[in-house]
Design a protein around this ligand. Structure first.
Ligand code: PEP
Ligand code: MN
Length: 339
């Protein structure tokens, strides 16, 4: 249930309503919005009787939220959410490019890639220090040493850092070093991790589970927001289908649906979707045409020697050209407007 206050409601009236909601045994969650003050009523076991709050001073109306995801739903918050990290804003127009290697391998590797992608227009650097690998015999990441390398790249280039957190044990560490923590496809329904992410002071990038429905994905985001963190970026990274020609199937139609259902920014990861270098450019250009708020793209200065995902990593010069194409397509689509 969403309680909408009148536009001229005073702070005292808002505080009084919040107090009454809490006294009734529910959780009151003020929803920041440009045009109205709304308060989400959460943790109700059954339907909330609107008569309880209707008619209180300052209250305009009570609207039932029909979707199972409440806080992330557009019913609750019609305006787009913008996720901010210093000067970088995701969801405010120009797509934010996050580029870098699959895994942090060395300081030299990350510095070389970081400087180059920055030059090409990326605003964030990606790279895994803790890697979720299918095989326990594959390179598992450098751990804290990798996080220190990422921090050095930020220091040198000014790029913001996004890196994956795999478990609650290392959450504090990853949060400390990063500007945005990434929850990977394999952990989308790790509810303990989602709850911890909800307490994080940093934005969270939530990748779609490789076999998750849109509803499951949004419910995972709801876990994070329910705990208080409303800085969430959704990332479509491809889902498992019968297609064998690509690593995953980039579900572009999901972008349209998620935008309609949720106010959260949405980005794509054409690298893990395609799984082959030659598919990354076309999928990225298609994503730009869909009007995504950003993209995560793997780039390596020596893909043949990469310790992880070399085959889908772009060469720096390819990323440079692609970034320009992405910005050009974005501008074109924006000026054309919706049909
Ligand atoms: C990654 O971005 O490094 C990664 C492992 O992606 P995903 O969780 O989408 O497989
Ligand atoms: Mn990868």
């Amino acid at each position: 249930m969403l309680l909408v206050m009148k536009q001229n409601a005073t702070q005292d009236q808002i505080d009084d309503v919040i107090e009454r909601i809490e006294a009734a045994g529910f959780t009151a969650r003020p929803i920041p919005g440009g045009h109205r003050t709304a308060i989400g009523i959460l943790h109700n076991k059954g339907a909330v009787d609107p008569a309880r709050f209707q008619g209180l001073p300052g209250v305009k109306e009570l609207i039932p939220v029909t979707r199972p995801y409440k806080l992330v739903s557009r019913e609750t918050k019609p305006e787009n959410t913008v996720v901010r990290m210093g000067g970088v804003a995701i969801g405010e127009g120009r797509p934010v490019l996050m580029a870098g290697p699959c895994a942090v391998e060395s300081l030299e590797q990350c510095m070389a890639i970081g400087k180059s992608v920055k030059e090409s227009g990326a605003e964030m650097f990606r790279g895994g220090a803790f890697k979720p690998r299918t095989s326990p015999y594959s390179f598992q990441g450098l751990g804290e040493e990798g996080l220190k390398i990422l921090a050095a790249v930020r220091e040198e280039t000014g790029l913001k850092i996004v890196t994956e957190v795999m478990d609650n044990e290392t959450f504090d560490l990853v949060e400390e070093y990063s500007d945005m923590v990434q929850i990977g496809t394999r952990n989308m329904q790790n509810f303990a991790l989602l709850r911890r992410a909800g307490l994080a002071k940093k934005p969270v990038m939530l990748k779609r589970g490789m076999s998750a429905t849109i509803e499951e994905w949004l419910m995972a985001a709801e876990y994070i927001m329910e705990r208080g963190n409303d800085q969430i970026v959704l990332c479509e990274r491809g889902i498992r289908t019968f297609a064998m020609h690509s690593r995953n199937t980039l579900d572009l139609s999901a972008i349209t649906v998620v935008r309609k259902e949720s106010h959260l920014p949405v980005i794509t990861d054409p690298s893990h979707a395609g799984g082959h270098r030659c598919q990354v450019g076309p999928l990225a250009r298609a994503s730009a045409a869909m009007g995504v708020d950003g993209m995560m793209i793997e780039v390596h200065n020596d893909p043949a020697a990469a310790l992880s995902d070399g085959g889908q990593s772009l060469y720096p010069h390819q990323f440079s050209k692609l970034a320009q194409q992405i910005f050009d397509i974005h501008d074109l689509v924006r000026t054309q407007g919706e049909i």
